[in-house]
Every structure is written in structure tokens, then in C-alpha cells.
Ligand binder design. Structure first.
Ligand code: SAM
Length: 286
């Protein structure tokens, strides 16, 4: 079940009722959840269930459920299983043939999206980006071509570097929304262009503090078509000569066959002359 991501009064009525009526609450950190239980005056048995004991705790929870106990699973904040432990417990309960009942509520990802103002309905949730700069830039290069809105979590330690990488990966006018300290006292939802974001962040040290969730708009069609073309090329090049693969991918995506031919060679890591030997010349665009 979901718990607040900051403001305790965001705990829903049903969630409150659940905490009061279950026998056991399995919590990521029992000290954090104790505060919530005290807030609502609930006195269930509190047991730890976190990433380091999840397999063991999953079995213990299944046994409790089989014995007829009611068990709620919570993380420190937000929705369990969303960049938080919970999936293994939930899978074990399903595997045991027992019901899993979601009690929905806050999650930083949906909280930001509801205030972001993107008309593209699809979104791609990334959890946390890689912490290492090279891996993060590579991931952002892929995400920059996403035809869905992209949302990810970021820590205050990396926010400056990540925003700089984001500005480098996106077109300067791509819309980005930063949610900081959502639902809390110093909550901020800031929408700007990717190009303007590093300067905005540098302007005030307070803007670099707290918890962050960031979303950016889907790529313009000509950019997102490249992602689709890569998928086509990846599959087709395994079966067909590069020239033919590029022609089919061009028909499927509307991109130029010549461009896709060069892209396929780059993706395959092959040198042009190597491909020329096996494949002949580049295809003619339709
Ligand atoms: N399960 C949680 C959820 O449903 O949102 C997320 C857990 S994840 C370990 C924690 C990260 O979520 C934080 O580091 C931050 O990036 C983001 N986050 C959580 N609460 C937030 C808030 N109030 N404002 C902005 N971001 C938040």
C-alpha cells in the first residue's frame, strides 16, 4: 500500500483504515513507518521487509497470510515496488495463490506527471539514471529519442551534473519539468526549456536541495523515429544484408535509406569498407 511522499495528510482514508486494521505492517524501515503509525494511532505488529531480507521476509509474510493474518506492505515513502523494495514479496504472495490487494496513493512519478502539463499521454519511467557519468550520458542519449515522456528520480548529490547532461542531450527548446520536495514545505514544480535549466539551477542553492523527480517531453517525431529505426535495424540486420535492412527500415520509419544504411553500419560496429565488400554500395533512397 502507498504512503505519503512528504505530507502526512496525503495518507488516503482507505490507507489509514488499512493501517489500523491489519495485524502486521511489513516496512522498509520500521523507524520511518513507526512515525506514520503513531500519526494515525495504529498499533499493528511492525516487521522489517527491505532489499537485504526480502526473500526471507517474503516467505515469512506468506506464512502469516496462510495463518489468516492481514499484512500490509509499505516502503519509507510513496508506492512500494516503484524504485523501492516490494516486488519480491508481491510475487511470492501471488505464487502462493493468495490475493494481493493494492491500496493506491502517492508516488513521486505520478505526482510530478499530474503537474507537468505534457499532452503526450505515454510515459517511460526510468527509476534512477546510472550514477556514473559515462553510463548516465549514454542512457540520456537513448532516452532523448523516446517517443514517450521520460520521468526519472534524482538525488541532490547528482542534480547539477544530471541537469547539465540533460541540457546536452536534448534540443535546447525541449520542455523539462523539475519537481522538488513535492508535497512538502519547500515544494517546487518548475517547467522550463532544457537549455535554460542549468542556469535556473545555478541561480539559487536552495533549488539544488531536497528530493527530485524530473520529466521531459517526448522527442519530436523526426528524433523519435531514429529510435524506431534502431529497433528495426537491430532485428533486420541479424537476418538480411545491411543494404536491404536499411531499405525496409526506411519504409517502416519514413527516414532516408541512405542515412539508415550508415546508421546500421555504425550500430553493427562494422567499417564501411568491410560492409562494401559483403554488401555492395549504399541503397538508393526511394
Ligand atoms: N516508491 C517511491 C515513490 O513511489 O515515489 C520512490 C522511492 S525512491 C527510493 C525515492 C526517490 O523518489 C527520491 O530519491 C526522489 O528522487 C523521489 N522522490 C520521493 N519523494 C519525493 C518528493 N516528495 N519530491 C520529489 N521527489 C521525490
Amino acid at each position: 500500500m502507498a504512503t505519503p511522499i512528504g505530507r502526512l495528510s496525503d495518507l488516503g482514508l482507505r490507507a489509514c483504515d488499512t493501517l489500523k486494521h491489519v495485524d502486521v505492517v511489513a516496512a522498509e524501515d520500521t523507524r520511518v513507518t513507526r512515525v506514520l503509525l503513531d500519526h494515525v494511532g495504529a498499533r499493528p505488529t511492525l516487521v522489517p521487509s527491505h532489499e537485504h531480507n526480502e526473500a526471507r521476509s517474503a516467505q515469512a509474510i506468506v506464512e502469516r497470510l496462510r495463518a489468516g493474518q492481514r499484512v500490509a506492505l509499505v516502503s519509507d515513502a510513496g508506492t512500494p515496488g516503484i524504485s523501492d523494495p516490494g516486488a519480491r514479496v508481491v510475487a511470492a504472495v501471488h505464487d502462493a495463490g493468495l490475493p494481493v490487494i493494492p491500496v493506491p496513493g502517492p508516488s513521486a512519478v505520478t505526482t510530478l506527471l499530474s503537474a507537468a502539463g505534457f499532452s503526450e499521454p505515454r510515459f517511460r519511467f526510468e527509476g534512477f539514471l546510472p550514477a556514473r557519468p559515462k553510463a548516465r550520458r549514454e542512457r540520456l542519449a537513448v532516452l532523448a529519442r523516446s517517443d514517450a515522456v521520460v520521468v526519472f528520480y534524482e538525488s541532490p548529490h547528482r542534480i547539477v551534473e544530471t541537469v547539465e547532461d540533460l541540457a546536452a542531450a536534448l534540443e535546447p527548446d525541449r520542455a523539462v519539468v523539475v519537481g522538488r520536495e513535492l508535497t512538502k514545505r519547500f515544494e517546487q514544480v518548475h517547467r522550463s526549456s532544457a537549455g535554460a535549466l542549468p542556469a535556473w539551477l545555478a541561480e539559487d542553492p536552495d533549488r539544488r536541495r531536497g528530493e527530485f523527480v524530473i520529466a521531459f517531453d517526448a522527442a519530436p517525431p523526426e528524433v523519435s523515429a531514429i529510435e524506431a529505426a534502431d529497433a528495426w535495424l537491430g532485428a533486420l540486420c541479424a537476418e538480411l544484408p545491411v543494404r536491404q535492412a536499411a531499405r525496409i527500415a526506411a519504409r517502416a520509419t519514413g527516414l532516408r535509406a541512405n542515412d539508415l544504411y550508415r546508421r546500421a553500419l555504425a550500430l553493427r560496429g562494422a567499417r564501411d569498407d568491410e560492409a562494401d565488400e559483403s554488401d555492395g554500395t549504399a541503397p538508393r533512397d526511394a
